[in-house]
Design a protein around this ligand. Sequence first.
Ligand code: UTP
Length: 295
Amino acid sequence: MTVKKALIPAAGLGTRFLPATKSMPKEMLPIIDTPVIQYVVEEAIASGIEDIIIITGRGKRAIEDYFDDSPELEMHLAKKHNTELLKLVRDVSSLVDIHYIRQKEPNGLGDAVLRAENHIGNEPFAVLLGDDIIVNDKPCTAQLIDNFQKYGRSTLAVEEVPYEKLSSYGIIKGKPLNDSLYVLEDIVEKPSPENAPSNIGAIGRYVFTPEIFDCIKEAGTGVGDEIQLTDGIRLLNNTQTIYACRFEGKRFDTGDRLGYVKSIIDFALKNESLREDVLEYLRDILVTVDDPSDK
Ligand code: UTP
């Protein structure tokens, strides 16, 4: 059985990006000219996903509008014969069929996943967090789906996490099978660094068997008074083997301010029409920053 459905939770409050997120979803923050969530949707499509559900909430209308047709804008661009921009705008709305489900309150990632239970049904599915971008020729989600196809079991994407950031992640204890794969032994949500079972954390990509839904329900409320996906994973691990995969690729946590800045610099340096000018600017600015007479 393969994975055809994906869930993109995008209903969080994005408090690390206040005040911007008072009136705009953090998933719509642009990496130069493209909102973060477009990269996430493109990764899902490139991984063979055919049905995407975005979990939204209050103040997230901009996401639905973004992936919809924009008749007035298209008419304006057509009148001006701006065929290049017209194509760009139309391409976004014809990417894939997207369904939207609202999470009434941001009660945690586990709760966001639960909202899609009826739509997903009794099938395996992928979860891609709406604020993580992962760049790699073979998409991270496709790597997880490969592992699911091999073992028929849920698979989490993991990577090494710096010590001071351990308390922001679900941290795993795993038995290594090879260089890139662990069998999950335990996972702890947001441990204090001294109590963390390792320095390997789950990032924003997962493939789940549908049994995860009952496990999330059974787990109930956890850390921060939220329904935590990690607690559901823990329970699922009691009855089914779960794998943790050290994916190939570079991840940008755009929900974090420094991660967001890094993503813009990286994408600018990869963009042919920007690269040289940005490099020149960075060189100039670095000289000034390093010059003590400037302080
Ligand atoms: P985060 O914890 O990074 O998002 O959740 P947040 O709560 O919006 O951010 P801060 O900490 O307040 O700045 C990761 C992903 O899960 C979604 C978020 O939208 C984000 O894409 N999420 C989180 C939900 O959909 N619902 C929730 O209740 C919580």
